[in-house]
Design a protein around this ligand. Structure first.
Ligand SMILES: [Fe+2]
Ligand SMILES: [Fe+2]
Length: 273
């Protein structure tokens, strides 16, 4: 019988973006069908790869070498969408990775429901962005992309609380801060397809950040830890930069992220001793 961890590894080891996301959506549907029937699939155990399989293109470059283009031009808007597509494909793998990576921690089934749903939504986001790129005469893989995206996963490969702190509660929360500005760029250009895609992404990403805060708080509560202090410690340990305002305080609040979680991380910790 198929296990959820086994299905996650199948997605992680599929390289092509459209194939990876189609397989992920099929597995998500199977998971939710079994849940609805009252016969949840076993979680199982699997060995996720340290890095997921990815297509030969795009070329991955260090962030400083990824060319910047002005969003006022069609080529600039294609580059912006291409970068978003790369983030979405990475997010698909991040969500399946958290499912497969930490099966030695006994978690309620709701933990898996949330990340399967998030992974399924990321697959939809990737395909929406690919459709936009293709209708603009480009495609995912046509431009170089950021090489450092998997670093957060590697840094937190054996730390579930660290993974939750850095991925949904820092990186995906950052998406809530920057997406309205991206939507404005496409609104100014009068491009309806990307506006619709980005609005879907913006609405659904609130849920992913909320899943992160929910399970972070749940684990801290179970172990009698102060979530705010643990969050500060873990972000300082695993995230190699300060957080950058302005923050989308309203959407962060909706996702269960209080200001005293993120504001103190805009400053470097004072030197010890
Ligand atoms: Fe997404
Ligand atoms: Fe997400």
């Amino acid at each position: 019988m198929q296990t959820l961890a086994g299905m996650a590894v199948e997605v992680l080891t599929t390289a092509d973006g459209r194939e990876k996301t189609a397989l992920g959506r099929k597995h998500a549907a199977a998971w939710f069908a079994a849940r609805a029937a009252g016969q949840p699939l076993p979680i199982g155990e699997a060995s996720p790869p340290l890095r997921p399989s990815r297509p030969a293109k795009p070329d991955l470059l260090p962030p400083r070498e990824v060319p910047r283009r002005r969003p006022g031009t069609p080529a600039g808007r294609i580059a912006l969408l291409h970068a978003v597509g790369h983030i979405e494909l990475n997010a698909v793998d991040l969500h399946w990775d958290i499912i497969a990576r930490f099966t030695d921690h006994p978690m309620p089934l709701g933990f898996y429901d949330d990340w399967v749903k998030a992974a399924d939504e990321e697959a939809k986001h990737f395909n929406l962005i690919c459709d936009c790129l293709e209708s603009m005469g480009s495609h995912y893989g046509a431009l170089p992309a950021h090489a450092g995206m998997w670093r957060a996963a590697e840094d937190t490969v054996d730390d579930l609380l660290g993974r939750l702190a850095v991925v949904p509660m820092v990186l995906e929360a950052r998406g809530l801060d920057v997406t309205p500005g991206m939507i404005d760029i496409f609104r100014k250009a009068g491009e309806a397809g990307p506006i619709a895609a980005l609005e879907t992404i913006y609405a659904e990403e609130v849920g992913h950040v909320a899943y992160g805060s929910k399970w972070f708080n749940w684990l801290c509560g179970r172990d009698g830890l102060d979530p705010k202090e643990v969050f500060h410690d873990l972000v300082r340990k695993y995230f190699h930069a300060t957080l950058k305002p302005p923050f989308n305080e309203e959407k962060r609040a909706e996702a269960g992220l209080p200001p005293d979680f993120y504001w103190p991380l805009t400053e470097r910790e004072e030197a010890e001793g």
